[in-house]
Design a protein around this ligand. Structure first.
Ligand code: G6P
Length: 611
């Protein structure tokens, strides 16, 4: 939530910042702003709304676009204070000599505000972040890094912060606690950002700050200190995402691009991970020996949003294939309900970004309770990936659309691989393992077959673009798939959509059904399909229009509804993957027809870094 970018070097600072903010916009898009230090002066620009509004403001300010030096920029997802230019970052000290951008929440901001006000500080915004600028100004004694370090123990909560001052041309000070900050290493120029997506166009060499690290960044060097101002060293990491991976290409939206990338991203998730000889999977990142795997007595999966839905699919895999009891927790609840972590419990946090605050908290709680923690993350070097210390990367490349698509699919695939490995380690026969290996290898082609039907799915979607409500029903592994389909639809089209287990429909929601309440029935030919047929009849009897996902050639379903999206035949374990792709396209085309802001739905952010 909230994107931060900083640049120091000889290029147009505002140009680099605006470009970086555009790439970070998925982190928040209520307002945006920047501050540039050049020629001993501090310049600012702010705008409510998307980054393109900020770009217009920058263009209208004579000379700002051509200034070199250093600067910081921010795109906001409002927590404290409405979206407005006053609340947009950067925030300034009263003498306007220090500018600060912040991602996170300062929990004791009211107390700090009272203290600063009593000392004569005048607050301009309603944000929690503004206190940071005033505190640094209060501590300032000629050394910006020392002043920033000095205020950190007064700040409770989470932060990624970047600071500039007109007294320190070329210098950016950055610090993190709980909210990501990554430093990008250039030649004769350097960068800082909340997220590597903003750096991809400039550099592949990065340093991930740890909590408590402070960086002093100039065009020539990057100095790192700890909170006691003692110099520290951090490893330089290499980003292996391809150039252009964070570009939209010829697609109208990132979401559509990411949906169509899925055959390749799933291939990337599988590559090198299938062991044909052993009819198993190779997942070296989990760092557990066969003996340790055998000792796992219980699995707890924690995640939020789509990542949690992937976990719910994984629950079926682990229990069915490996015979290990598994529970799925909303990461936000995990630490508050004092979970019971028995010895030999494996906790699997799932997070595309690796930065979701609630999932990070779950990782810490699990580790503190002695669990073995193995994370599933997409973003290499992210907080969860580093804190867990072991895990499986998704290799899905940057996911820019706020609504998760390709990361969800890769999560499900990796969970299937993990369950195969655990299963083969225990009760799964070699021949059953070999069948699964073959099924997993087919997934990219199954997805391609669904993508080939995009136009038909679009036609069906257009018949439902006007509705206000939608129910999604499924059974078995397709129950969590129904939850994910409903989430996709509601987040990008603003249609009220609910996912239910098909059997639960009769325990309440059925009372709502009529001709205005369509139902999406996941009726693939897997166990439970006959019961779903009965559920479709029940919906039709109440005049609810039904769209069905069915296995190619299923005539019985065609007799019940004309709106059928066909999926190639596949097993129940693999079925969630092509089915999810069909549901993604369905949601996408409905949202497109309704003219929604698909990549940046209102009120949402890609990475929820506050609780
Ligand atoms: C936000 C995003 C969702 C995502 C969820 C979890 O709500 O909008 O698309 O599923 O966060 O994010 P994570 O990065 O932890 O997977």
């Amino acid at each position: 939530m909230c994107g931060i970018i900083g640049y120091t070097g000889n290029r147009s600072v505002a140009g680099v910042l605006v470009d970086g903010l555009r790439r970070l916009e998925y982190r928040g898009y209520d307002s945006a702003g920047l501050a540039v230090v050049s020629g001993g002066e501090l310049h600012e620009a702010k705008a409510v709304g998307k980054v393109r509004k900020l770009e217009e403001v920058v263009a209208a300010l004579p000379g700002l676009g051509s200034l070199c030096g250093c600067g910081i920029g921010h795109t906001r997802w409002a927590t404290h204070g409405v979206p407005s230019t006053v609340n947009a970052h950067p925030h300034f000290s009263n003498d306007r000599k220090i500018a600060v951008v912040h991602n996170g929440i300062i929990e004791n901001h009211q107390e700090l505000r009272r203290h600063l006000t009593s000392k004569g500080c005048v607050f301009r915004s309603q944000t929690d972040s503004e206190v940071i600028a005033h505190l640094i100004a209060e501590a300032y004694d000629g050394d910006l890094l020392a002043a920033t370090a000095a205020v950190l123990d007064q700040l409770q909560g989470t932060y990624g912060i970047a600071v500039v001052s007109d007294r320190h041309p070329g210098l950016i000070v950055a610090v993190r606690k709980g909210s990501p900050i990554v430093v990008g290493i250039g030649e004769g120029e350097n960068f800082v950002a909340s997220d590597i997506a903003a750096l991809l166009a400039h550099t592949r060499q990065v340093i991930y700050l740890n909590d408590g690290d402070i960086a002093a960044i100039t065009p020539e060097k990057i100095e790192l200190r700890d909170i006691r101002n003692v110099p520290i060293e951090r490893e330089i990491a290499k980003i292996d995402w391809e150039t252009g991976a964070a570009e939209k290409g010829n697609y109208p939206h990132f979401m559509l691009k990411e949906i169509f990338e899925q055959p390749e991203t799933v291939e990337n998730a599988i590559r090198g991970r299938l062991d044909h000889e052993m009819a198993s999977a190779i997942l070296s990142g989990i760092g557990l020996s066969p003996r340790e795997l055998l000792q796992i007595g219980h699995i707890v999966i924690a995640g939020c949003g789509s990542s949690m839905h992937a976990g719910l699919v994984g629950e079926y895999y682990f229990e069915d294939l490996a015979g290990i009891s598994t529970s799925v927790e909303q990461a936000a609840e995990f630490r508050y309900r004092n979970p019971i972590i028995e010895p030999n419990t494996l906790v699997i946090p799932i997070s595309q970004s690796g930065e979701t605050a609630d999932t990070i908290a779950a990782v810490r709680e699990a580790a503190a309770k002695g669990a073995i923690v193995t994370a599933l993350c997409n973003v290499v070097g992210s907080t969860i990936a580093r804190e867990a210390g072991r895990g499986i990367y998704l290799h899905a490349g940057p996911e820019i659309s706020v609504a998760s698509t390709k990361a969800f699919l890769s999560q499900v695939v990796v969970l299937l691989l993990f369950a195969l490995l655990l299963g083969r380690n225990r009760r799964l026969s070699r021949s059953r393992g070999a069948e699964l290996v073959a099924e997993i290898e087919q997934i990219p082609d199954l997805i391609r077959e669904v993508l080939e039907q995009a136009l038909e799915i679009k036609k069906i979607a257009s018949r439902y673009a006007h509705v206000d409500d939608f129910f999604f029903i499924g059974r078995g592994c397709l129950y969590p798939t129904a939850l994910e389909g409903a989430l996709k639809l509601k987040e990008i089209s603003y249609i009220h959509a609910e996912g239910y287990h098909a059997a639960e429909l009769k325990h309440g929601p059925i009372s709502l059904l009529d001709e205005k309440h369509p139902v999406m029935a996941l009726a693939n030919d897997i166990p439970g399909r006959d019961k779903i047929l009965g559920n479709i009849q029940e919906c039709r009897a109440r005049k609810a229009p039904v769209v069905a996902i069915a296995t190619r050639g299923d005539r019985a379903i065609r007799d019940l509804t004309q709106d059928v999206i066909e999926i190639p035949p596949c097993s129940r374990f693999v079925a969630p993957l092509p089915t999810a792709v069909a549901l993604q396209l369905f949601a996408y085309y409905i949202a497109a027809e309704r003219g929604c802001e698909i990549d940046q739905p209102r009120n949402l952010a890609k990475s929820v870094t506050v609780e």
